[in-house]
Design a protein around this ligand. Sequence first.
Ligand code: ADP
Length: 505
Amino acid sequence: MKNIRETLHTISSKLPFLRSLKFRIFLLCFVMGLVPAIILSYSILRNYETRVVNVRESDAQTQLRVLANHLILYNYLANPDSEIVNAELAQFSSFYDGRVLVIDGNLKVVKDTYDMSTGKTAVSEDIVNCLLKGSSAATVKYDRQDSYIEVIMPISETASLEDADYSGDQQVQETVHGVLLASVSTETIGTTLDILWRRAELLNIILGLVCFSLSLLLSELLVRPFEKLTAKISAVKAGYTSDPVEVNDYLETEHIVDAFNEVLGRMRALDESRQEFVSNVSHELKTPMTSMKVLADSLLADPNTPPEMYREFLTDIDNEIDRENKIIAELLNLAKMDRRQVPMNISSVNINALLEIIMKRVRPLAQQRDIELTLISERDVTAEVDEVKMTMVFTNLIENAVKYNREHGTVKVTINSDARNFILTVEDTGIGIPEESQGRVFERFYRVDKSRSREVGGTGLGLSITKSAVLLHRGTIDLKSRVGEGSTFTVTIPLSYIPDTAAGH
Ligand code: ADP
């Protein structure tokens, strides 16, 4: 089976047209059209032949039975000179274009209409069987090759006997005195059949040609929508058009087109977001540059700038350089996480302890604006995570909760877990995020209030880095917020790390 498949595969790779749908449709139509026609004409002619031969056989049998009766009547076996019978035999012979032998019980040929075997002994199994069987049934054989029918008809006499035990039943006794061996020519049938065969062949050739042309036409027509589809897809590929492709001739082409349009749409969206990202990156990188340029130009413009001014401007330039560096570092971080095969340094991490450390780091920032920072550990949690990435997630969320908080506000960090995940919530009493921005804060460079973000040293990349890191751990991040009341970010991460393949990506 495997070998056959391999052979078929090699053949079809050597002859690519065998794989063509057009060729297959053509072949199917051609074969389906022609083969039944050939089988039909063959079986009709065969049937016709059998019927005609049967009719001839039964005609010959009837005639021979009459002859056999006459032979008995005229006691021909003992007296083969009966002119009436001889005339009848000759008539049969000429009518059926055949030969009749009259053979007596001793296998002697009493009469041969061809006068070739008269007086000779005819020994043949069929004749002996017929004589021995003692029944009036004839044996018939059709020799198709030599175009004749052979009939062996017993010359028998029937006598009625009263039953020996006087029960009144009548018994019929059959006595076979000899046999009639007749060969009947079927040449006329053969000639008629030959003519019919030739006509059938001609008809089949014409039918073959019609089938060929129709199959060719049909295969061309049926495959055309697929060719149309290829042409349209090629046009999109070549960039002549960016309109959605439409080929609704078949349900199948419609499905292909739908799938293609979906891919096209996704690619377009991807392209748009990439373009937007590139323009955002350029803009973000240019802003600190512009500030630096303005600061440097104003210093250069006035040669008498006092040294304090120099100091102040250079500090500003230094801050801008820090900002630029931060953006670049975060972009690199994101780019690394965007790559599918980002290395994950998974280890067992005590999440409560990690949070304590981060809170300690953020606390000075919170104290500047008198923000209360509390950690509520509902459970002791140890999880298999990438510690560096998890630190980034926690730091970003807690820092944001402080940065976008009001003075004297609070930030409540809660850590809890269930059987499968640990859940971290970071709740603040800050400015909140408007409904329409809630879905977008995870986008790169998206900021609700640009100037506020800039003021607090934000780049607009923190939450997208956070989301990427959470997704790499097969976790989820959720946001609930009300403007003026505060925001709650909830992160759910599996306690055991699920590698990429097991996640089905
Ligand atoms: P940024 O560096 O500007 O803070 P992020 O990606 O961390 O960038 O956040 C995107 C934007 O989401 C922020 O600019 C801010 O407008 C909003 N945001 C994030 N966290 C909070 C929060 N806790 N409260 C209110 N707004 C927030």
